[in-house]
Structure formats: structure tokens, C-alpha cells
Design a protein around this ligand. Structure first.
Ligand code: CA
Length: 335
């Protein structure tokens, strides 16, 4: 069975050594331009004695930048003296996608965050997933996986955890999410949790935090600052870095059910009726999609399925049927 086959990925770093190492995961990738060539995925390991291990990942989708920016800085600047335990940093997890600036891998079309647990004998993206699943995740006590909206979505900046069957496990994830101290703290409902790193990390009992910190295929000064502070806060929470957690105000948000999502069923150009963070009541207009074939056609209206705030929106000006157009999340009053 494929699960028992060794990964073809070879790490140039020694995960058990103290000190800082910056190297690569070398993934054999035979192609026209390089017959016995490899994909060289940057990785850093910072170790200092006994203690917990944090796995910090970004670039699962190649068009999301807050994680890669924050994690590349940590890989340059974090000193072993600051660390108790170990930090494994993988800023550009789907490196081919990151280099192309695209959500999916240009090599095999793979969506890394839908291919876990991966396959050691699969396509390139499946091999990356398999290595993370079987080598990196088991090392970790706490996992922080950075996401943003990418080119086609934009989010309020939030850290997130999920509802889990094991409430004690869920509470440990929630505490880590709250320690991240993003302006919003989400209990997230996934549209399609199968194949996600999130589900793999949670199935292994790891403390898992993810984020959505903006989007549009770029980063902002504000969201980068949130990412940098959040990464250090999560490591402080885990006892890997010392010092006080830098907390700020955070609005607790919940996604109670599928009525949070507005999916499009029309083609055209988008006229937003409200912006991210706006309070809406059930039935309020969120956006219109205008057809462009004839000026006599009426726009299609999309309305809030529940009362809350606009937490995510379709980013490009044009939309096609099936697009996720808006997400409304519910503030937990008093939180
Ligand atoms: Ca993403």
C-alpha cells in the first residue's frame, strides 16, 4: 500500500539538531528541463533543547501572502536562544504554486489543501501532502497554517478553529486561536473539509489554528502586522517563546450553518451593496450581479441568509455561476 512506501522527499535539515538550519525539502521532479532534477522547497528548523514543537506553514495556496511574509521573516530572524523546544517553518508549502502566484500547482493542478493525506507515489502535490502528513505533522504539538483569500476572495482578518467531537481538544484549539489575537476570532464551518491539512492535524489530536487574513491576491501592511504578531503569540501560548502574549480586541465570530454562504448562480459583474465588516440583517441586500448582454436585463440580487456581519466576499469584479460570493458570520455578543 502507498501509505507504507517511504517519501521520496529528502530534507537537508536535521530535525533533531539544536540551533538554526535553513535548507530544503528536496523532491525529485524529472522533467524536460531537468532530467534528474528536483523541486527545492525552502524549510527552516530552529531547535533549542527540550520543549514543544510548532509547525508553522504558509503558501498552501500560492496566491496568499501574509503567511509567507511572516514566516519568511521568522526563518530569517528567530534565534535559537529565544526558543524552548523546536519551530519548523515551511513558508511556501505548495512551492510550485507559490512561485507561479496561483492557488493551484501549475505542475499537476493540485490543490494542496484538498489532497491530504496525500500519496508518496502520487503527483507532485500529493507527495508534498504525504510528507507533511507523515513526517512533519507527527513531530508537532501545535500547528499554525496561514491562509488568506487569494485572488478570488477577500476576508476580514481572522484566526480560526473548528467545532470538534472531542470538546477538550476543541477547547485547546480555541485557546490557541484566541492567543493568535487577530481582530476577529472565528469558529469556522468548512464547505468541504475532506483533504484539508486542518482535518489531518485535528485527527492526529494536534492543537490546530488556521487563518484567513485578507486576500485579493496580495497583502496589506495591516494584515502582515496581524500575521507577524499572531505567529509569535501562538508560539508564546505554546511555551516555545517567552514573554507576554500581545492581545488586542477581537470579535468572536461563528458560522452556524450553510446559510452563511451565498453562492452565485448567474454570470456578470458584481455591485457590492455592503463592505467587509458591515452589519447585516437576514434578508438585507449583500450584492447584485449585473448581466452585461443587454441593458434591459435586471440584476440578480443576493441577500443575507442570516443576521451577522459580512466576513468574506468574492474579490474580482466579474463572477460566474458557482462562485462563493459572500459569507456572513455571526458575532458572539459579549465575547
Ligand atoms: Ca486559502
Amino acid at each position: 500500500m502507498s501509505a507504507h512506501r517511504a517519501s521520496s522527499i529528502v530534507a537537508s535539515v536535521d530535525f533533531d539538531a539544536d540551533g538554526i538550519q535553513r535548507g530544503h525539502l528536496r523532491l525529485p521532479f524529472s522533467r524536460n528541463e531537468s532530467a534528474w532534477g528536483n523541486l527545492m522547497i525552502p524549510i527552516a528548523v530552529i531547535g533549542n533543547g527540550r520543549g514543544p514543537t510548532a509547525l508553522l506553514t504558509g503558501g498552501s495556496h500560492g496566491d496568499e501572502y501574509e503567511g509567507p511574509i511572516a514566516l519568511a521573516e521568522l526563518a530569517r530572524k528567530l534565534s535559537p536562544d529565544e526558543v524552548s523546544g523546536r519551530v519548523v517553518i515551511l513558508p511556501f508549502m505548495n512551492y510550485p504554486a507559490f512561485r507561479a502566484g496561483t492557488r493551484l500547482s501549475p505542475i499537476d493542478g493540485g490543490n494542496l489543501n484538498r489532497l491530504f493525506p496525500g500519496r508518496p507515489d502520487g503527483a507532485i502535490t500529493e507527495k508534498i501532502a504525504d510528507y507533511v502528513e507523515r513526517v512533519l505533522l507527527p513531530m508537532a504539538d501545535i500547528v499554525l497554517d496561514f491562509h488568506s483569500g487569494g485572488r478570488t476572495l477577500d476576508f476580514l482578518p481572522f484566526a480560526a478553529c473548528h467545532v470538534l467531537d472531542d470538546k477538550e481538544h476543541e477547547a485547546r484549539c480555541r485557546e490557541a486561536r484566541d492567543a493568535f489575537s487577530a481582530p476577529y476570532s472565528m469558529t469556522m464551518l468548512e464547505i468541504d473539509a475532506a483533504g484539508m491539512l486542518d482535518s489531518s492535524a485535528e485527527a492526529l489530536g494536534k492543537v490546530f489554528v488556521t487563518t484567513e487574513l485578507g486576500g485579493g491576491g496580495t497583502a496589506s501592511a495591516r494584515t502582515v502586522k496581524i500575521a507577524k504578531r499572531g505567529a509569535r503569540n501562538v508560539m508564546k501560548h505554546a511555551g516555545i517563546l517567552c514573554g507576554e502574549i500581545e492581545r488586542g480586541p477581537s470579535v468572536l465570530l461563528d458560522m452556524p450553518g450553510p446559510e452563511c454562504f451565498s453562492f452565485g448562480d448567474s454570470e456578470g459583474f458584481v455591485e457590492p451593496a455592503v463592505d467587509l465588516g458591515a452589519r447585516v440583517k437576514k434578508g438585507d441586500l449583500l450584492l447584485c450581479v449585473h448581466p452585461h448582454g443587454h441593458l434591459g436585463e435586471r440584476p440578480r440580487e443576493y441577500r443575507a441568509g442570516l443576521s451577522g456581519i459580512l466576513a468574506a466576499r468574492h474579490f474580482p469584479g466579474l463572477t460566474a455561476p458557482g462562485d462563493c460570493l459572500a459569507v456572513v458570520a455571526v458575532p458572539q455578543e459579549g465575547g
